[in-house]
Design a protein. Structure first.
Ligand code: BDR
Ligand code: CA
Length: 318
């Protein structure tokens, strides 16, 4: 049997966050140590409640730690118009019975990095506020984290928020993204453009949601609004799931078919570009290529990991 992977998931659930969390919990060789919760898609009150509810639905006892309720410097707009006012499609679910842990998310990150030094993988599915705080408290944190995978950015400027080249997670808290991406020596990035490039035909994905499992039932309900919104406003025939793709890169690194290692900075000032990931594609700056950008992932393996998260049998090998 393969070695157990200890995973810390920082997240702002969020419909695609939910799918990524389901995927991680479905893997027999993964131990999810904690969900640390950020504000982002909706406010912290909702993202914490959604995390607790999702775990309760699938019967997981993963501890949940609440983090920062606001970005480090400037207020930011949420994405309730995509994920629903409560972030989980406004389905009116019953209150979760489980409670959040008393420890702050940033402190839990530091503590768990000591307890699982050299082993733990951090996957960041929301704005980077909690990790920026943890890293400011303890600059030695990267030495104990085996791998950092971030969903964020739009590496050639095709973003998904009103400021055209900006992606939601880096745009929500640019200062946090700057702190993490300028101080972490080496990280993996799964950006919005990779998300679009790995979108799935709805003719394939819709039947997965109809599967008769606890996870698929719940995910189908909470994602209905988002899927309708995607059909109305984007490509009606394809379904994009950003955080699920980042989680796939964590769970199956061998299924990544192409990486590009480049220097990367965050724009903090531009009126139209604040929060942009500025990639030095031609490597003219001489700066260290600290971002390993995921360009291509095996589509069959991606589909397989999503299906296992929804409780379906797996097709592809690996
Ligand atoms: C990212 O923004 C959020 O709306 C999603 O959950 C994902 O993390 C995509 O830009
Ligand atoms: Ca997210």
């Amino acid at each position: 049997m393969s070695k157990v992977l200890p995973l810390l998931i920082d997240t702002d659930p969020g419909v695609d966050d939910a799918l990524a969390i389901l995927m991680a919990h479905a893997q027999p060789n993964v131990r999810v140590l904690a969900l640390t919760i950020a504000a982002g898609n909706v406010g912290l009150r909702h993202t914490v409640r959604n995390a607790l509810k999702l775990l309760e639905v699938i019967g997981a006892d993963t501890p949940v730690f609440a983090g920062a309720a606001v970005p480090l410097v400037r207020p930011a707009d949420d994405a309730a118009f995509v994920h629903g006012q409560d972030g989980f499609g406004d389905i009116g679910y019953l209150e979760p019975t489980r409670s959040v842990e008393p420890e702050h998310a940033a402190s839990a990150m530091i503590r768990l990095s000591h307890q699982h030094a050299g082993e733990v993988v951090f996957v960041m599915l929301g704005p980077l506020t909690n990790l920026a705080i943890a890293l400011s408290l303890d600059p030695s944190l990267p030495e104990r984290v085996r791998r950092l995978v971030i969903m964020g950015g739009a590496v050639t400027g095709r973003g998904n928020v009103a400021r055209i080249p900006v992606e939601f997670n880096t745009g929500f808290d640019p200062e946090a993204a700057h702190i993490v991406m300028s101080r972490w020596p080496q990280f993996d990035l799964v950006d919005w453009e990779a998300t679009l490039a790995h979108s799935i035909p709805v003719a394939d994905s819709d039947p997965w949601m109809q599967f008769d499992s606890v996870a698929a039932h719940f995910y189908r309900a909470i994602s209905r609004k988002t899927r309708d919104w995607m059909r109305r406003t984007r490509d009606a025939d394809r379904w994009a799931a950003a955080d699920a793709l980042a989680m796939a890169a964590v769970l199956a690194p061998d299924a990544v078919q192409e990486w590009a290692e480049r220097p990367l900075s965050i724009e903090l000032d531009g009126a139209l570009t604040r929060g942009t990931t500025v990639v030095d594609w031609w490597q003219r700056s001489g700066a260290p290529a600290q971002a390993r950008i995921m360009m291509r992932f095996d589509p069959a393996r991606f589909a397989d990991l999503i299906k296992s998260g929804l409780g379906l049998p797996r097709d592809a090998s690996g």
